[in-house]
Design a protein around this ligand. Structure first.
Ligand code: OGA
Ligand code: NI
Length: 197
């Protein structure tokens, strides 16, 4: 685990965008994707909003993904395995980088065909508790023509990242603007934030 954690952290330190392939192992990615499909089939996904006090009709022009928050209270084996992984990562990050992370929140996200998320920052103006953004993709067999790339704007450069199965992206929530390009097939991920008090 340490190797993959360091891969993510070292690339983050090098150019502000941490990137690690196979951050989620194949079974865990498949299990979480299974959960997401079940949530979709049972109509439990909700249209995502922006900010704290958002008006959903306006938000739809900015983002069109559907989400569901993970929660230890669900007592779901795979969610709990995911939380164990995040606990290890946070402990490693705090001990190697003195980041002082004290919590986190994660949601499943489904971008149905044609969905997108326009350029934005992940930190709310009214609440600065989100320190780092983390996105992990659940798309086996992703093809170039499928679209749905994450585009990150980093000091005049843009970086375009395909949402490949198991890949994790990690960056400071207050710093880097980013967008999700229109996806041509259903696109799945776990997205979340590491938080400070
Ligand atoms: C977000 C976000 C990026 C992605 O949910 O805030 O920017 O690649 N997601 O899914
Ligand atoms: Ni974002």
């Amino acid at each position: 685990m340490e190797t993959i954690f360091n891969c993510l952290i070292d690339s983050f330190i090098a150019d502000k965008v941490g990137l690690a392939e196979h951050f989620l192992n194949v079974p865990l990615a498949a299990q979480l994707k299974g959960n997401l499909n079940t949530l979709f089939d049972s109509n439990q996904l909700r249209e995502a909003g922006i900010g704290n006090d958002s008006v959903l009709t306006q938000d739809k022009l900015i983002r069109s993904d559907k989400i569901y928050w993970l929660d230890p209270k669900h007592n779901d084996l795979h969610e709990n395995n995911f939380f164990l992984l995040m606990d290890l990562f946070v402990r490693h990050l705090n001990s190697t980088c003195y980041t002082g992370i004290t919590g986190y929140e994660f949601h499943y996200a489904l971008y149905e065909t044609g969905s997108f998320y326009k350029k934005h920052l992940d930190q709310f103006r009214s609440n600065k508790s989100r320190a780092f953004s983390m996105i992990m993709y659940l798309n086996a067999d992703w093809q170039q023509e499928d679209g749905g790339e994450l585009r990150i704007f980093n000091e005049g450069n843009t970086q375009t990242i395909a949402p490949l199965n198991g890949t994790c992206v990690f960056f400071k929530s207050s710093e880097l603007e980013h967008e999700v390009l229109v996806t041509n097939v259903p696109r799945m991920s776990i997205t979340g934030w590491l938080k400070t008090d």
